[in-house]
Design a protein around this ligand. Structure first.
Ligand code: DAH
Length: 340
């Protein structure tokens, strides 16, 4: 037994030294196989245990096991150190290098134009109002004096939502214009009313360079005592000059809308329209709020008068930036969006 134990201690020391000195994981594995593998030196020593006299076996076995636990602990420790070393960056970090810039996002061109429009109207005392995109036909059509046989109510133009089979409610629809919010606001408050309503609208149109099934509008509504077409014209002129430049001119042409009387279409003329090869471009609809609409919301048309208008935000943005296809706004192509 003395011979056996004499071999054990130096072998263990040699193994510990080799494990601790292994410069990388491959060398460590090589050292492990050399001592603890099935043909390793330490394994070979353990095999000699069986040849010892019976009374020596317990003490020798205990000594071998203790040594083995020690070797395995040393192996695990060194493996941890080498794994950490392997995971660290190979090159030292240069803290004097310039930082990496995070690419900053920006507002969508339609959002920018909408904010400009809102800012102009705020200057003259208008507040922003909001309403649901899923509407009923009362707010979208009936209350706006749009008779049931009006072409705007044709299913060609309006997305209707399928009510549940069990429902007794009228069908809902996706609003075709922001004019529905006129009704919602007036039904809730007494005059004076001075609001604009930017928002998304929906129509059953096929997408092409100038149409998209969803687009954006701004509605305006002003109701007070003694409001005139002059107020309407002055307001529209102020806002379009702000949006399209000081030398912008506007003109009103008679038109028909069921919720205004008289009704007009607004054309404008500026350096931008001339760049597009036209002197006048049609830009908005407007008029004096129809007495029937005032009655529908419980306002006395003998006391109150008002005007309203509506126009498309995409159209403004396209003219302003010289964009020739409305679909570009919705494709989310960064090469397009980064330009604004
Ligand atoms: N609602 C109209 C449209 O969708 C725009 C419009 C015209 C709004 C005249 C108005 C208005 O408030 O008075 O084209």
């Amino acid at each position: 037994m003395a011979g056996f134990l004499d071999q054990l201690e130096p072998l263990k020391q040699a193994a510990l030294a080799e494990l601790a000195a292994a410069p990388d994981l491959a060398a460590l594995e090589q050292a492990r196989v050399g001592y603890l593998g099935s043909n390793g030196k330490f394994t070979a020593l353990m095999k000699q245990l069986g040849a010892l006299p019976k009374e020596e076996k317990p003490a020798a076995g205990k000594a071998v096991n203790t040594a083995k636990v020690e070797l395995e602990a040393a192996l695990a420790r060194r493996r941890g150190e080498l794994e950490l070393k392997a995971a660290l960056p190979q090159e030292p970090t240069d803290f004097t290098l310039p930082g990496r810039r995070r690419p900053l996002g920006k507002l969508h061109p339609l959002t920018q134009v909408t904010e400009d429009i809102v800012r102009s109207f705020r200057k003259i005392g208008f507040a922003v109002a909001d309403g649901p995109e899923v509407e009923d036909d009362y707010h979208c059509f009936d209350a706006l004096n749009t008779p049931a046989d009006h072409p705007a109510r044709d299913t060609q133009d309006t997305f209707y939502l399928q009510p549940p089979a069990s429902s007794l409610q009228p069908p809902y629809l996706l609003r075709t214009h922001t004019s529905s919010v006129q009704i919602r606001v007036m039904a809730k408050q007494q005059p004076p009313v001075r609001i604009i309503v930017p928002g998304r609208v929906y129509r059953r149109d096929n997408a092409d360079a100038t149409h998209n099934p969803t687009f954006h509008q701004v509605e305006g509504l002003y109701v007070d005592r003694n409001v005139t077409v002059g107020d309407l014209k002055g307001t529209v002129e102020f806002v379009f000059k702000e949006l399209m430049g000081e030398e912008t001119r506007i003109r009103f042409r008679p038109h028909y809308f069921s919720y205004t009387e008289p009704s007009f279409e607004i054309d404008f003329s500026s350096a931008l329209t001339r760049k597009m090869g036209k002197e006048w471009l049609e830009i908005a609809g407007c008029g004096m709020v129809h007495p029937q609409v005032l009655e529908n919301v419980g306002y006395d048309p003998e006391v109150w008068t008002g005007w309203a208008f509506g126009f498309g935000i995409e159209r403004i943005a396209m003219i302003r930036y010289g964009i020739n296809d409305i679909r570009l706004f919705y494709e989310n192509d960064l090469r397009f969006l980064r330009q604004f």
